[in-house]
Design a protein around this ligand. Structure first.
Ligand code: 5GP
Ligand code: ZN
Length: 113
C-alpha cells in the first residue's frame, strides 16, 4: 500500500528503531510509548487488521506469535506483558495496517479485558 506508514516502515522508507526483523515481520519501538517498554510487531505484508491477517495469511499470524514467544525474555518481558491489537473504529485502531502492541517492563496499571 503506497500511503501506508507501516508498509513504509517495513520497507525501510521511514526509519524506525527495529528490535527484530525477518522475512515476514518486524518488531519496532512505538514512537509514543504507553509503558516502560512498548513495541509493535508488524507483518511486512499489508493487511488492515488481525481479522484480515487471520483470514488471508494464518501462517503469518502463527509465525508472529511464535517469534513473540521466542523473543519475549530478550525484549524485557520476562515478568509478563500485555499483548493488544486494536481493530477498527470501536477498537480505536489509528494505523490501518495490523500491528500487535507488546507492553510491559513494569506492572501495568489499567486492566481491560
Ligand atoms: P493503534 O492506535 O493503531 O492501535 O496504534 C498505532 C500505534 O502506532 C500507536 O501506538 C502509535 O504511537 C504508533 N505509531 C504511529 N506512527 C508511528 C511511527 O511512525 N513510528 C512508530 N515507531 N510508531 C508509530
Ligand atoms: Zn501497510
Amino acid at each position: 500500500m503506497n500511503d501506508c506508514i507501516f508498509c513504509k516502515i517495513a520497507n525501510g522508507i521511514i526509519p524506525s528503531q527495529k528490535m527484530y526483523e525477518d522475512e515476514k515481520m518486524i518488531i519496532i519501538k512505538d514512537i509514543n510509548p504507553q509503558a516502560k517498554l512498548h513495541y509493535l510487531a508488524i507483518p511486512k505484508e499489508h493487511f488492515c487488521d488481525i481479522t484480515e491477517l487471520s483470514k488471508n495469511s494464518p501462517e503469518t499470524l502463527t509465525h508472529m506469535f511464535s517469534v513473540i514467544a521466542d523473543k519475549k525474555d530478550e525484549l524485557g518481558f520476562k515478568d509478563g506483558m500485555r499483548v493488544i491489537t486494536n481493530v477498527g473504529e470501536n477498537g480505536c485502531q489509528s494505523v490501518k495496517h495490523i500491528h500487535i502492541h507488546l507492553l510491559g517492563g513494569e506492572k501495568l496499571s489499567e486492566k481491560m479485558g
